[in-house]
Design a protein around this ligand. Structure first.
Ligand SMILES: Nc1nc2c(c(=O)[nH]1)N(C=O)[C@@H](CNc1ccc(C(=O)N[C@@H](CCC(=O)O)C(=O)O)cc1)CN2
Ligand SMILES: Nc1ncnc2c1ncn2[C@@H]1O[C@H](COP(=O)(O)OP(=O)(O)OP(=O)(O)O)[C@@H](O)[C@H]1O
Length: 239
């Protein structure tokens, strides 16, 4: 692991009775982002999400959205290089990726290189009847936008979660224990819940992220499915 950034900040937020000790590498918020955080902390919490998860989401989403196209491409290339040199990649045939949204680490370079190497790439689709679950279909099919504005393949043939060898997952923040914070829909947790009771070694769940998305420790929820590894532009972190 690279040494900690000189920009490392340690911020302690008090939100009601919830105390969040958030160490974020390289997180420097703009005045607008700090105002947004202060606002979030001052409002009465009325959702099902604990406030600390919301705060981390808000800060990280702001930070990743502010990356330039040039930085995004640089990270996408580095992530592809690190992911493709891992053993789990060499062995995999069917790989789930995603279409980057909201400043997420972009798997497009990885996807194109994977196809070139003869792997099958699939994209997540919101399950039309099994609420909160994902199914998967081929990356190269025509697409349409889902309710979040993210494109998904138009298909009648699906790849089940159990059939995948590797799943590259989008995330908002990750921690040193392999914990993942996503966009808050619980889609990946529900879809790969079976891994918690499975003896099979697949699929391997690999998070893709910008290195600044790392926090010291995320609040763990009972439904969280741990990741096997994370790939950032700085390298591979295995858990
Ligand atoms: N690129 C990508 N694809 C993905 C996911 C993801 O996190 N990233 N998902 C991971 O599970 C699933 C979709 N989940 C998502 C959940 C929320 C939002 C989102 O933008 N929420 C908005 C509110 C939008 C609305 O309510 O209409 C927001 O929070 O601002 C996006 C995707 C499947 N596909
Ligand atoms: N396996 C599960 N079974 C039932 N409900 C679940 C499961 N996993 C998650 N949920 C529900 O989904 C909600 C959102 O979960 P969480 O905040 O962990 O999502 P996330 O990991 O950020 O989202 P995503 O995976 O979509 O990026 C939780 O409030 C929880 O109630």
């Amino acid at each position: 692991m690279a040494s900690k950034s000189v920009f490392e900040r340690k911020a302690r937020f008090f939100a009601g009775t919830t105390t969040l000790d958030l160490s974020v590498q390289g997180l420097s918020l703009t005045a607008a982002q700090w105002r947004a955080l202060s606002f979030t902390m001052s409002i009465q919490q009325d959702s099902t999400q604990p406030i600390d998860r919301q705060l981390i989401r808000q800060a990280m989403r702001g930070k990743r959205q502010s990356l330039s196209d040039q930085q995004q491409l640089k990270h996408a290339k580095a992530i592809a290089k690190h992911a493709m040199s891992a053993n789990f990649f060499t062995r995999a045939q069917t790989i789930a990726i995603y279409l980057a949204n909201d400043g997420e680490a972009n798997p497009v370079v990885l996807a194109e290189k994977s196809l070139y190497r003869g792997k099958q790439c699939v994209l997540p689709i919101l399950h039309p009847t099994k609420k909160g679950f994902l199914q998967f279909a081929d990356y190269r099919l025509p697409r349409k936008k889902n309710k979040f504005g993210i494109e998904e393949p138009i298909s009648r043939e699906f790849v089940k979660a159990q059939q995948l060898d590797l799943v590259f997952m989008p995330l908002v923040a990750f921690d040193q224990q392999g914990g993942r914070l996503g966009m808050g829909g619980g889609f990946y947790d529900r879809s790969f819940e079976f891994l918690r009771h499975s003896t099979l070694p697949k699929p391997k769940l690999i998070g893709l992220a910008h290195s600044f998305q790392q926090v010291e420790s995320l609040p763990i929820e009972e439904w969280d499915v741990p990741m096997h590894a994370i790939v950032t532009e700085k390298g591979l972190i295995e858990f």
